[in-house]
Design a protein around this ligand. Sequence first.
Ligand SMILES: [Cu+2]
Length: 169
Amino acid sequence: MTYLARILAVPAMALALPALAHDYTVGDITIAHPYSFATPPGSATAAGYMEITNTGAEDDVLVQAASGFPMTMIHKTDMVDGIMKMRHQTGGVPVPAGETVLFQPGGLHVMFMGLESRLVEGEKNTVTLTFEKAGSIDVTFNVEKRGKAKDAVEEDAAASHDMKSHEGH
Ligand SMILES: [Cu+2]
């Protein structure tokens, strides 16, 4: 979705989900709607999603995500021959000038690992995002109810999601 389309979509979304729309800005970077899905009992991992828009004229890079969980990484899910693989984005994630990068199920996500308790709907988790040019900002990932009938891959609930499925570290 383009930045403009997202702006236009806000009134309808605000009507339906008043508590969920939240945006953050640092320099030329805007982070929209950081969230995680509630996770099942016993789950030691969770994924975080958001939209990052670079409104500036210079390219930037999301170099790090940090949280209070034991381990936080930036991952990208790829389907390889029908098998979900998650790759640690060791070089960070480019956020080109004028573009929006989506962290969404089945693609880029912030991976929270080593969780001692599951994520519960309504919970809020602070994550510090660091950009090469724009600097650092704390954003709040709201924990939302997992939607039904989603056809997207859900990293955090996938049975194949364990440390062995994580490549590159
Ligand atoms: Cu992952």
